[in-house]
Design a protein around this ligand. Sequence first.
Ligand code: OMP
Length: 215
Amino acid sequence: MQPYQRDFIELALARDVLRFGEFTLKSGRQSPYFFNLGRIDSGAALARLGEAYAAALVRAQLPVDMLFGPAYKGIALAAATAIALATSHGRDLPWAYNRKEAKDHGEGGVLVGAPLAGRVLIVDDVMTAGTAVRESLALIRAHGATPAGVLIALDRQERGQGDLSAAQEVARDHGIPVIAITGLDEVLAYAGERPELASEHARLLDYRSRYGVSA
Ligand code: OMP
């Protein structure tokens, strides 16, 4: 596990982003864990999260021209990543986000920020079945730009529509990589190291055997 991955899991536990229990997912699956990035609710926590996203992107060495944050959660995440790339990695990339509803006055339209152009990296929170990401891919293409990849905090590494994970399906169907700060694999590895998380670790293993894919 990379230091930024460990730091991110520790941040997630400290801020109750990562919680264990019984959760119903958007897909309808019952999960023993849930990641809520909405709990990153202070400046210092958001800065730390942005550093983790930036570190994951730099490690992946993916060439991108700009960042796109899908409304709503992706907006703050793309902003935090753009700041971390500029301040910690010397890369000042343009960034943009969308509105959920088109504005018919002022500057109008659904996009705010830099015009979508070149290779666009989508920055979002969690991928389970990949529904949210597919909407962003369509939006980027509709504006004549090229999706370059997807950067997320957590890849739940669950089966999507077939035997592949949603991230693997996006890679296959759209020819772009999905880069995650962490996946279920890292959450499992972290929980496996902590005696106090032994029962959570067992439930995660059981969940993975039902819905997971091998990375
Ligand atoms: P997909 O659109 O199916 O990939 O699901 C991703 C979305 O599910 C995220 O953008 C969240 O809204 C939500 N989600 C989480 O935030 N955290 C989780 O641990 C699981 C989910 C989920 O419902 O699958």
